[in-house]
Design a protein around this ligand. Structure first.
Ligand code: NDP
Ligand code: GDR
Length: 323
């Protein structure tokens, strides 16, 4: 019998890859969507006819209960969030409500309407924040450095708490940065690959950046959604770090992207204090031994392949527009 999944955040980067994966596996896929004045379906345009959309918002418990009742899911993937760290200093209350309390709303909806459904929470390496231990694993203490990171710590612990309080099958995936051509352009990888393409095509003159020294463990979103699914197929619910185990600086990212289109990044990149954060997470490096051993999860796309895939996609996009 085919399974049913409800995905919140279906219009985002991860929602789109996860929906593709589940459709390929024969799932019936429901997607929770916010009402917007114009539809934002760019990431799921190619599969939108195969998805059943339910209107709702993580801030509105009634709409979530309705979505769970209507979809009657075997699995719920809670991917919706205010997910941009930079914005979390400009909208700290909203970030706390959506990215933190929103998780409780979703867990409550499941507990009330379908308590036996399996639940995935999109936790984040941002919870580790300031370096306490490297590489970071499931047992590393949290020290978040942004309102977003603080909200994710709340979301993580409330998921653990519902598992322990109500015996729900609730898992938290502590995912390190993962990227793709569908990444929002405000995030550093896509900002850089988009700019490299635009500068190469004469559409942009320079690229203004923040901290080039920060280091991240960047993987490909298509690989990471497989780990989400694997977590919900185990006999017991648990929490897992998902990462590549490799770290690169923002400068290395810029170097690879620009050299891929034959440019020297030093001729175009300007450091602008506007993009430097009030509190930085200097480095993130994950140890995903537990996921590899228990879930059998494996990476397919390397860092260099990821960056060049994103640059090629941005080049193609602008060339198709006649540039
Ligand atoms: P995106 O920003 O691409 O997608 C976020 C999604 O959340 C969008 O579909 C957005 O809808 C939806 N959303 C935002 N606010 C609400 C709300 N109030 N009610 C309902 N839906 C809402 O994020 P990603 O796909 O990159 O990430 C998915 C999840 O994983 C997020 O929770 C993120 O914090 C977390 N995460 C991401 C990592 C990464 O590197 N990508 C790493 C670790 C965790 P709309 O289109 O309407 O704005
Ligand atoms: P992050 O991703 O904050 O790690 O959160 P982002 O790509 O925004 O920043 C990564 C690092 O790059 C530095 N940086 C810049 N960042 C942006 N956005 N723009 C710039 O111009 C710039 N210059 C330097 C940042 O300071 C930072 O150190 C992402 C999100 O997807 C979260 O939702 C997720 O939880 C975490 O990854 C894991």
């Amino acid at each position: 019998m085919s399974k049913t999944a409800l995905i919140t955040g279906i219009t985002g980067q991860d929602g789109s890859y996860l929906a593709e994966l589940l459709l390929d596996k024969g799932y019936k896929v429901f997607g929770l969507r916010r009402r917007t004045s114009v539809p934002i379906l760019e990431n799921i345009e190619h599969i939108k006819d195969q998805i059943e959309f339910v209107e709702g918002d993580l801030l509105d418990l009634g709409s979530l209960i309705h979505a769970v009742k209507l979809s009657n899911p075997d699995e719920v993937y809670n991917l919706a969030a205010q997910s941009f760290v930079g914005t979390s200093w400009d909208q700290p209350v909203l970030t706390g409500q959506v990215t933190g309390i929103g998780v409780t709303n979703m867990l409550e909806a499941v507990r009330i309407a379908k308590p036996e459904a399996r639940f995935y929470q999109a936790s984040s390496s941002e919870m580790f924040g300031k370096v306490v231990e490297t590489p970071q694993k499931e047992t590393t203490p949290f020290y978040p450095r942004s309102p977003y990171g603080v909200a994710k710590v709340y979301g993580h612990w409330i998921t653990v708490n519902y598992r322990e309080s109500f015996n729900m099958f609730a898992c938290s995936g502590i995912l390190f940065n993962h990227e793709s051509p569908r990444r929002g352009v405000e995030f550093v990888t896509r900002k850089v690959t988009d700019a490299a393409a635009r500068i190469k095509l004469g559409l942009q003159k320079e690229l203004r950046m923040g901290n080039l020294d920060s280091q991240r463990d960047w993987g490909f979103a298509g690989d990471y959604v497989k780990a989400m699914w694997l977590m919900l197929q185990q006999d017991t619910p648990d929490d897992y770090v998902i990462s590549t185990g490799e770290m690169h600086t923002v400068e290395e990212l810029v170097e690879i992207a620009f050299s891929h289109v034959g440019l020297n990044w030093r001729d175009y990149v300007v450091v602008d204090p506007k993009f430097v954060r009030p509190a930085e997470v200097d480095l993130l490096l994950g140890d995903c031994t537990k996921a590899k051993e228990t879930l059998g999860w494996e990476l397919e796309v390397s860092f260099k392949e990821l960056v060049t895939m994103m640059v090629d996609s941005d080049m193609k996009k602008y060339q198709a527009l006649g540039n």
